[in-house]
Design a protein around this ligand. Structure first.
Ligand code: PBG
Length: 338
């Protein structure tokens, strides 16, 4: 057998792979991948109330008042976490068919971004989703026309939403809507308004996944969406190669970074994107993935810390450059102890 790298040159008993696993120091030396605090992006939920509210479907995760998000942004800075992603839980009274609250410069997410940026400046990256689902009465990421999510009409609104968020001080615009052509249009809109430096992290390969369940509960879009689904815009979980087309299109349209979402069930996609295209590749350990570990740990089935760290390390091994994870602050603390 051809063996240019000499992988098969050694044979038992002269080769014993257990030798390097014997001590912690030798395991450390031979370790191929490492998780670091610099890999972490911390998603935070904000609401327009004066106290924090626990999210039942995500044990340990809360909807926070703006002041608390600011406090946590400061904590992120002291923990060395590079960026946070802010998700608004919009009160139902502010949700409409046309999701117009998305364009209100005084909406919850804009006020939160301004408060965070005022406190932490350029020490911490702030990421905002571009999509209409936090603001739409039907729970879809775009405008609904004749029972369909209208692509091109939605893209026009997404561009305005991106500009509103960039004006509030957002550093990274993250389109999570999966409309065709939105990255290019958003890039143009940002540039036209003088936001050449604002980055785009495209949710490029975003699958129509059951694992978003707890998130939709957290931002209150589950109720709006009801029994509808997002299959006409989010990717079919059965497709692998198509993710490369999505990523290539987004990069071509001006995305700085791309994301695969969810994480653990889609590590093959992370691997393919990174190995074949070599672009900065991010992965989202989504709410359902978080809650599976959190609930299993609550029931004593798996160790929370080991379960979380192993999942995240697996994402690094697959090729992820950075990971959005609700475990972010805990992980930063665990890594600092280690
Ligand atoms: C909104 C959005 C979703 C998530 C991030 N942005 C939900 C969805 O597409 O329905 C999911 C994040 C998570 O589950 O943690 N477009």
């Amino acid at each position: 057998m051809a063996d240019p790298n000499g992988i098969f040159a050694g044979r038992f008993p002269s080769t014993r792979l257990r030798r390097s696993r014997r001590y912690e120091w030798s395991r450390n030396l031979a370790q191929e991948h490492r998780l670091s605090k610099h890999d972490l992006i911390w998603p935070l939920f904000v609401h327009d109330q004066s106290t924090a509210e626990p999210i039942a479907s995500m044990p340990g995760i809360f909807r926070w008042p703006i002041a608390d998000v600011v406090r946590q942004a400061q904590e992120a800075c002291s923990l060395g976490i590079p960026a946070i992603a802010i998700f608004p839980a919009t009160p139902p009274s502010h949700k409409t068919d046309d999701a117009r609250e998305a364009l209100n410069p005084e909406n919850l997410v804009c006020r939160c971004v301004r408060a965070v940026k005022k406190a932490v400046g350029d020490q911490l990256g702030v990421i905002c989703d571009v999509a209409l689902d936090p603001y739409s009465s039907h729970g879809h990421d775009g405008l609904v026309r004749n029972g369909d999510v209208a692509n091109d009409e939605t893209v026009v609104v997404l561009c305005q939403q991106a500009v509103v968020q960039a004006t509030a001080g957002c550093d990274i615009i993250a389109p999570s809507d999966m409309m065709d052509g939105r990255v290019g249009a958003i890039r143009q809109a940002l540039d036209a308004h003088g936001f050449q430096h604002v980055m785009i992290l495209a949710y490029a390969a975003k699958y129509a996944s059951a694992f978003y369940g707890p998130f939709r509960d957290a931002v209150g879009s589950a109720h709006s969406l009801g029994s509808a689904n997002k299959n006409s815009y989010q990717m079919n979980p059965a497709n692998g190669l198509e993710s490369l087309r999505e990523v290539i299109l987004d990069i071509d349209e001006g995305a700085d970074w791309v994301m695969v979402k969810p994480g653990l069930p889609y590590l093959d996609i992370v691997y393919r994107v990174k190995a074949s295209l070599g672009v900065p590749t991010f992965v989202y350990q989504v709410s359902g993935e978080y809650s599976m570990v959190a609930f299993a740990a609550q029931h004593g089935l798996i160790d929370r810390r080991r379960g979380a760290l192993e999942s995240l390390l697996a994402m690094k091994r697959a090729g992820a450059d950075g990971i959005l994870t609700y475990f972010a602050p805990e992980v930063a603390n665990w890594l600092a102890e280690a």
